[in-house]
Ligand binder design. Structure first.
Ligand code: FAD
Length: 358
């Protein structure tokens, strides 16, 4: 059985490793644009210089799994075409290409490996008193602004978003603001409309100085599924059945940020259960057993506010928030453990998750 895994993020890596463990004779090849596994949950640390996000991919994959450095341009009927023109055939494919960032011209993307490396270089070149604007009031924006403010207290750091921490409870949001205030992050609740040479222009019409503008809104997905003729939602995510298989081709599993799974949010906490479940399903089918429908429930959200503070927001399985949250040093230890657990899960394929709400 020839299996291709397209994308070596959290979803693709755990899927490859779990399948290798369960189906001894599967011939698995992982295709990724770079020879590194990138912990996207640490990209804000990569930018600020407080942590490294890349690990050699070969150390993340079980022996026997092949790797091919390249980008898939199109998925056809039982084969893929790479950017160097080579075609590779498959019996089954895991589509795990994640999500992308489409910044306004003039801003650098926080959520991609290439963007994070550029941002790190540009940040290092700034001198005391210069202004960094982080665009996006979601968890990625908050984590990025805080990380930079902690690592570079000599800079002015501003976070701009329609709402800062919209996915948190009221208490969690208040506590997040307190943490950001401690790091002297300036909060602006507005939307960035345009980025000039040394400014950002807001919807309100205000024009603020900015020496470096970072785009921390992760919402788009690569158009590979759409380009390949798979059925996608208007947001570009590929539509799947109850077993995470493309509704157009049962040979193709779609997992992680690029999959249109009802109720799923963009998270490694989503990508890993999907990758593991898809591998389990293929292993069951290969053994002539009936597949089980995918089910996954959330426990909450975690966001770091620098290295010594974090907010752990508790939630329900359907991902709605509870009022309760935890913060401070204990929160920071839990958040760090979650990041390590995610990498450990991808590497070892040992991963357990909650069932979804009934
Ligand atoms: C700064 C930051 C902090 C975050 N913090 C958290 C957090 O605390 N908790 C949490 O749960 N989530 C967090 N997230 C979100 C989380 O990182 C993503 O949801 C997760 O990485 C999705 O995993 P994935 O495997 O679907 O995709 P990815 O991890 O993005 O991996 C996709 C892989 O596919 C590759 N690829 C893309 N196109 C192609 C192609 N055509 N051919 C071959 N390969 C391709 C990519 O280069 C990449 O290697 C954070 C994200 C960011 C940016």
């Amino acid at each position: 059985m020839k299996v291709l895994v397209v994308g070596a993020g959290y979803a693709g890596t755990i899927a490859a490793n779990r399948l290798a463990r369960k189906v001894a004779d599967a011939e698995i090849t992982v295709i990724n644009p770079r020879p590194e596994f990138v912990e996207r949950v640490r990209l804000h640390q990569q930018i600020a210089g407080s942590g490294a996000a890349a690990t050699p991919l070969t150390t993340m994959l079980r022996p026997g799994i092949g790797t091919r450095i390249g980008t898939v341009e199109k998925i056809g009927d039982g084969s893929v075409r790479l950017d160097d023109g080579v075609n590779i055939a498959f019996d089954h494919l895991f589509l795990a290409v994640g999500s992308t960032v489409e910044p306004l011209p003039g801003a650098i993307a926080v959520g991609t490996w290439e963007g994070a490396r550029t941002a790190h270089t540009e940040l290092a070149a700034l001198s005391a008193g210069q202004v960094v604007t982080v665009v996006g009031g979601g968890l990625t924006g908050i984590e990025t602004a805080a990380e930079i403010a902690e690592a570079r207290p000599d800079l002015r750091v501003r976070l701009v978003g329609a709402t800062i921490g919209a996915s948190l409870s009221e208490g969690g949001r208040r506590r997040t603001r307190t943490g950001l205030a401690r790091l002297a992050v300036e909060l602006v609740e507005d939307t960035v409309e345009e980025i000039g040479q040394d400014t950002v222009v807001l919807r309100s019409g205000a024009e603020l100085p900015s020496d470096l503008t970072l785009w921390a809104i992760v919402a788009d997905v690569p158009d590979l599924a759409a380009r390949s003729g798979l059925t996608v939602r208007p947001d570009g995510r590929a539509v799947v059945d109850d077993y995470l298989r493309s509704v157009d081709d049962p040979r193709i599993f779609v997992i992680g940020d690029c999959a249109a799974v009802p109720g799923a949010r963009l998270a490694c906490a989503t990508a890993e259960p999907q990758g593991a479940h898809a591998a389990n399903t293929l292993a069951r089918l290969a053994a002539g057993r009936a597949p089980r429908p995918y089910s996954m429930g959330y426990a909450g959200q975690g966001l770091s506010i620098g290295r010594r503070d974090a907010v752990i927001q508790f939630g329900r399985r359907d991902d709605s928030v509870r009022r309760t949250f935890l913060a401070g040093r204990t929160g920071a230890i839990i958040k760090e453990s979650v990041c390590r657990w995610a990498k450990y899960g991808a590497r070892t394929a040992n991963y357990a998750w909650l069932r979804g709400p009934r």
